[in-house]
Design a protein around this ligand. Sequence first.
Ligand code: GSH
Length: 206
Amino acid sequence: MLRILGRISSINVQKVVWCARELELPFERIDIGGAFGGTDTPAYRAMNPNGLVPVIDDDGFVMWESNAIVRYLAAGHGEGSLWPIPLKARADADRWMDWQATELGPTMRDAFIQLVRTAPDKRDQARVAASANASERLIAILDGHLAQCDYVTGRAFTMGDIPLGLQIHRWLGMPVSRAPHPNVEAWYARLRARPRAQDVLTLPVT
Ligand SMILES: N[C@@H](CCC(=O)N[C@@H](CS)C(=O)NCC(=O)O)C(=O)O
């Protein structure tokens, strides 16, 4: 059976859990990382030398890096659904996954760390403002894109929606002032209505 190693409070673990649920894959998740610890042991480092979560063990195939794991599971079990068959649709899903990992995620990180993981009296408001303002500019790009489609690659939900859906879940769960982005909000509501998103898109942002 698929084993997912990582605490569920991690956005990167949430991607893998949501993907596995969408694909109806049975899995076992083990709490590792954060307050649970366990990422410094030689056994864990042998699986992931970065000492980060998530890691999967799929019948002996060990893999780290969340978006790559989502692609692996989608390719193996979701051809024509999470894994679009037309090359251009798949490239489009890939593009939005990479944009989450390299642009929106890192841009939002400072605001998240300061507002959610730092005591109010220790917060660096300048970092919050810079991160939040830059995030707003990126979310406006996503909003413009979603004006033309229901999901990031078009009419159907794909793997491309998973990392970004969770990033926007984080944004909407943070105590930050936000500009309205009606197309992003409508898309997020569509994601939240998915039965297999229930256990992740309802998690508190911590
Ligand atoms: N690029 C990696 C990043 C993984 C990562 O940063 N994981 C964080 C949690 S979101 C982590 O392991 N933090 C340390 C911990 O939880 O102990 C991925 O997408 O899998």
